[in-house]
Each structure stands twice: as C-alpha cells, then as structure tokens.
Design a protein around this ligand. Structure first.
Ligand code: S3P
Ligand code: PEP
Length: 448
C-alpha cells in the first residue's frame, strides 16, 4: 500500500567534541500509546490519553480506529496543559481499510478488534509488513470463530470479515516469534463473548515486559486477567469478558527511545537526564539502567528524572536481551565503541523486526571497519577502530538512532534516511543536535 521511496538522504551524524551535559525530554511511549488507543476504543465510555506519542506508528493506529468508526479528537487535556487525545468509542464498522505501515502493534493488535466490526476490514501495509509474522494472530482468531481471507499466506495483506462479535474462549498459539501475538489477543479479550484464554506453546516467548504492560493496562481498564505471575499456569493468560472503563491515562516517556541519549552520556563520558522517568514501569527500556551501568556508567533516579553519567570508559557486555530485544541496536552501537568484546544473545526474533536487525547491524558496523559476527541467536561484537562512511538504515528507526550513537565518536558517519526515525521519534534529529548543543564547541550539523 505505502510505496517505499528511494532513500538517498544522508544526515551527517554530529561528532561530540566533548562530554554531553543535557536534559532531554523524550516523547511518549509507542507501546503505551498504541495499547491505550486500542483499550480506549473498546471501552464502554470515552477516555483520555495525555501526552500521547505522535509518530508514524501511533498516527496509523489512530487512523485505523477512526476508519472503524471510533472518534479520536486531538487537543489539550482536561487540565488545559499538554497534548491530549479524547477517544470516543462507537460501534465498530466495516467495510474499512487499515494501513498498518510497518507497525507491529497495528498489524497485530487490530485484527482481533476487526472481528468485532460489522463488516469486512482490509489490512495492508509497507512491503516489509508482508514478511513479518502474523500467523499466530490469524490462526488464533480463526480458532476462536473468525473468518479471515489471507489467501493462505498467514501474513498480510488480508481481510478480516468482522461479524459484530467473536465467540472467544481457549486457544493455543506459538508466540516465540513475537510477544505481540499474545498481547493482541488479550487486549480485545474482554470484548469476546467468552473472553479469551491464550496458551503459548513452543520455544521461549520474547519481550515478556511488553506482555506485562498489556496485562497491567487491561487491569487498569477494569478487566480481570489471570497470569502465570498471579498464580496461574505457566504460559497461560486468561481474560474474562467484561466492559472496559474509559481512563484518563498519562503516557510515560518512551524509555526505549531514551536509549540513544543515555548512550551519549556513556560514549562521551558526560551526563544526560531524562525527566519523568517512572519509578515503576513495565517498559523494557527500564533495563537500560542496569545494562548501561554494567557497560561503565552510573545512574541516579531523582525528582528531576533519571540521570545517567558516563566515565568515558565503555566496557563490553555479555547480555541475554530476549526480554528487551528492541534495545539491541543502540546497545550494539555502544558495544562497537567499547574496550572489550560483547556477546548479545536471545534475540534471533530480531531477524523479523522492521528489518533483519542482526544482519543489518553486522553489515553496517563492519562497513565502518568493525568486527561484528552474527551468532545463531545474536551478535558477537569485537571493538575495532572505526572510520566514517554511510550507515544504511533499512527503514528501521532503531538502526538510525544506533548510527547516530556511533557518529558521536567516529568522524564522518552519514546516516541514510534519518527521517525513518519518524516511526516512533519524529523529532530525533532536533533532539539530538539540541543535546549536543550543550557541549562546548560541539560540531552540530543541521539535519538534511
Ligand atoms: O508489544 C509491543 O509494544 C512491542 C513488543 C515487542 O515486539 P516483539 O515481541 O515482536 O519483539 C517489541 O519489540 C516491539 O517494539 C513493541
Ligand atoms: C520491533 C519494533 O517495532 P514494532 O512495534 O513494529 O514491532 C521496535 O520498535 O523496535
């Protein structure tokens, strides 16, 4: 549906001329915003999303819900401060068309919602969306009573023939390729006639914090959810049928998108504060505190937010990133600048993310003179002296931010299509140069 433009734009990644010392306000979480939109759309009464992320993935989600009949009004919040979206649930209608772009959250969370519409809902997206796994959602919905026309591909494009309701009940899925299969079924579960019981069968499930986020947000909307952690069976989640409450939800900053800024403190031996870092959160980005501390920095959570301080020395790390896979590109970039080897494991499923992230990181870091090899389930990174060159980003926002991190320490890194950061962080170039503006004598290059 969406054409893939030829991306020849090159953004000269600014070199840091000294230690950064900055406060960076990071926009809202993609994962929280898109769950918040779905739950608000399925609620029995209107709700608010305050400080939502406005980015390609969240705008696609909002547009899709509008296409199904949901009202989403963009404006300021009930207290008159900050951006807020008012979500007004309505009967869900087909025929409708949904453009998923390359958003995993849209392509996986919305087909269960579409089963509740009263007509056909056509799903299409970027060429890459056709390659990303969706079989877990399609097979499960069919088992729960839905009619889906996917030409036996188990992938996009497809049409969900909404019948106005879904039986629901127990279902088995293999979600080892994406935790989003589980989240997708749970989010709509309260609205299925019998609720839903999802049993994961197969190899280990990735991204467990994202499933905890789904469960926490469902409970906050009034749903009853039984989980392995609340005394249930391992790998089984159960959501009872119920109405959902309209909430006044304040979206946390996107902690995964804080990664490149925290990395800048580590790489330059500087200091970066991220305001509004939550004390408790299900976001996987919270693990950065531990991971970057192990790589050589230190952090402190105060009323000002999370302050991360680097020493200028970066240590390699051996880390299983299975639960926090989306942090991999920036961690790999830091590891390429470390003084010892790193082994990142547990992330074979990243081959099916926005791009094959393992292949892309190995190729692009190696083209700058690095020594990165792919393992069966991750990356081995041996630091080398790097040189400048073009860093291709494969329409992957996190490849672009990873390249910017390397560019802090390596002169002449040119990031192809930095605009691809718009998937989750449209203001990245401005935030980055703003952060560097606080370095005396910094070479800040305006974005192309
Ligand atoms: O549910 C979510 O919001 C997400 C779950 C994870 O997906 P996978 O389990 O497919 O890795 C993560 O990588 C993605 O960025 C966001
Ligand atoms: C894997 C990611 O996104 P998506 O939601 O498209 O799966 C990501 O943002 O790193």
């Amino acid at each position: 549906m969406t054409e893939s433009p030829a991306h020849t734009d090159l953004w000269p990644a600014p070199l840091a001329s000294g230690a950064v010392d900055a406060t960076v306000t990071v926009p809202g979480s993609k994962s929280v915003t898109n769950r918040g939109l779905v739950l608000a759309a399925l609620a029995a009464e209107p709700g608010w999303l305050r400080r939502p992320l406005r980015s390609r993935d969240t705008v696609l989600m909002a547009e899709a819900l509008r296409a199904l009949g949901v009202g989403i009004e963009e404006g300021v919040g009930p207290d008159g401060t900050g951006e807020a979206w008012r979500v007004i649930p309505a009967g869900l209608h087909g025929p409708a068309t949904v453009d998923v772009g390359n958003a995993g959250t849209v392509m996986r969370f919305l087909p269960p919602v579409a089963t509740l519409a009263d007509g056909p809902v056509r799903f299409d997206g970027d060429p890459r969306s056709y390659e990303r796994p969706l079989h877990g959602v399609i097979d499960a919905l069919r088992a729960l009573g839905a009619r889906i026309d996917d030409n036996d591909r188990g992938a996009l494009p497809m049409t969900v023939h909404g019948a106005g309701a879904l039986d629901g009940g127990p279902v088995e899925i293999d979600a080892s390729s994406s935790s989003q299969f589980v989240s997708a079924l749970l989010l709509s579960g309260p609205r299925f006639n019998q609720g839903v019981e999802v049993r994961h069968v197969g190899a280990a499930l990735p991204s467990l914090p994202h499933i905890r986020m789904t469960v926490d947000m469902l409970r906050a909307a009034g749903a009853q959810v039984d989980t392995p952690e609340s005394g249930g069976e391992p790998n089984v989640w159960r959501v009872s049928p119920s109405a959902l409450l309209g909430r006044d939800l304040v979206v946390e900053p996107d902690l995964s998108n804080a990664a490149p800024f925290l990395a800048a403190a580590l790489v330059t031996g500087g200091r970066v504060t991220i305001p509004d870092w939550p004390e408790r959160t299900t976001q996987p980005g919270d693990a950065l505190r531990e991971i970057f501390t192990a790589m050589g920095g230190s952090c402190e959570l105060t009323e000002a937010g999370l302050t991360f301080t680097g020493t200028g020395r970066i240590r390699g790390i051996e880390a299983d990133l299975h639960e926090v896979g989306e942090l991999t590109p920036v961690i790999a970039a830091v590891a390429a600048l470390a003084d010892s080897e790193s082994v990142l494991s547990g992330i074979a499923h990243l081959r099916l993310h926005e791009t094959d992230r393992l292949a892309a990181l190995a190729k692009e870091i190696n083209e700058l003179g690095g020594d990165v090899t792919e393992t069966a389930d991750g990356l081995r990174i041996r630091p080398r002296t790097l040189h400048g060159g073009v860093f291709h980003t494969y329409e992957d926002h996190r490849l672009a931010t990873a390249a910017a991190v390397i560019g802090l320490a390596v002169d002449g890194v040119q990031v192809e299509n930095v605009a691809t950061t718009a998937k989750t962080l449209p203001d990245f170039p401005e935030l980055w140069t703003g952060m560097l503006g606080s370095v005396a004598g910094a070479t800040t290059v305006p974005s192309a």
